[in-house]
Design a protein around this ligand. Sequence first.
Ligand SMILES: Nc1ncnc2c1ncn2[C@@H]1O[C@H](COP(=O)(O)OP(=O)(O)OP(=O)(O)O)[C@@H](O)[C@H]1O
Ligand SMILES: [Mg+2]
Length: 420
Amino acid sequence: MVSSHNELIVSLDIGTSKVRVIIGEINNGTINIIGVGQAHSEGIKKGAIVDIDQTVHAIREAVDHAERMVGVTIHEVFVGITGNHIELHETQGVVAVSSEDREIREEDIQRVIQAAKVVAIPPDREIIEVVPKEYIVDGQGSIKDPRGMIGVRLEMEGTIVSGSKTVVHNIVRCVERTNLRVAGIFLQPLAASSIALTKDDKNMGVVLVDIGAGSTTVGVFEQGQLVATSVIGIGGDHITNDIALGLRTHTDAAEKIKIKNGCALIDEASEEVKFKVTRIGSEVEKQFTQVDLANIIEPRAAEIFQLVDDTVYKMGFSEEIAGGVVLTGGTVSMPGMLELAKEELDCPVRIAIPDYIGVRDPAYTTGVGLIQYALVRMERKPVRTSTGSFKTAPKPAVNKPQKDSGNILDKVKNWFSEFI
Ligand SMILES: Nc1ncnc2c1ncn2[C@@H]1O[C@H](COP(=O)(O)OP(=O)(O)OP(=O)(O)O)[C@@H](O)[C@H]1O
Ligand SMILES: [Mg+2]
């Protein structure tokens, strides 16, 4: 049961195969996942919404499920965004410390972030977020948090994440049509990294790879920062399609066979695992083994890893990345994926799974990561007045148990609109 004193953070992951809503209860800075709702998704391709009605319907269904599970009403959500429209740019800001005693306060940090946002961006693009990398106080750099320090001149170096206005607006539109408010939009690889990667991973250099249903999102982290991201339009759905073609069966049947018997490595597959398939145009069932299935899956899964390798290379990271590769996303649940990745990528590889009861599945990494990322961002930020370039729904921004009166989201309801 939800305690009426704890705050709730709700994430929304609009994926190609599933729309997922996850409710996190925050208790002294730790997250408990108390509710999950999901719905079949058809309105999205490679991170962009292609069917608004379908997406709105799926969001509503997922929200209803999660609400019923927990007995709360959801009013606002943190949403993930990804796609090849995303661009990262380095940015700097500089301000004079405003207080007479020269102590750096939160408002100075907000002003320097704001100053870093004043860059020329084309009218068809939107700033999604500014990720601070380091602060410099009177010339002294490498400062992670300058609050409380004394100085005259405060500088910040960081990254501007921008995306296509159309894509961003369509996401907001879909969410608002379900009568929810967008509390914040965060880049999926950044959100996922907050639970999938350690500080050391990010400092050493690591590639985070989310293999979903319709796409594979690659994020490269170096020196603690996300430095590049790219989306490959291939994922688990392509494996399913290959199975449907190879076994001459329907896609729905192929998907079930993949989940139940799939194996990405021929050497690991068993002749003993047998299953029957009703073939298209025939009443007769034909028997196959897991080895037959692995013969279809392995080449496609290997192709995904080769494309990941090519993409990392094309993004300019030809040197071996020290921390190797961290895999996540629904498709990496398939047995054999880890071993195949090690063979194909020839570097250290591990799988990241959210370590929270109820969501121990790599398909939930982005959704749970959004909650963790929102929590960290909120703890750092005060209330701000909206200067957002588009409006969100004018409704109370509180997710709460029906009788609850206080919520961490109250504190930041305006601040986040700066980022969307
Ligand atoms: N146990 C499993 N074995 C094989 N494949 C699996 C398994 N579990 C999930 N999948 C596959 O994972 C994919 C869904 O992953 P995920 O939920 O991460 O994708 P998504 O977020 O909906 O899509 P995308 O991120 O591409 O927009 C589907 O293709 C599904 O078949
Ligand atoms: Mg996904």
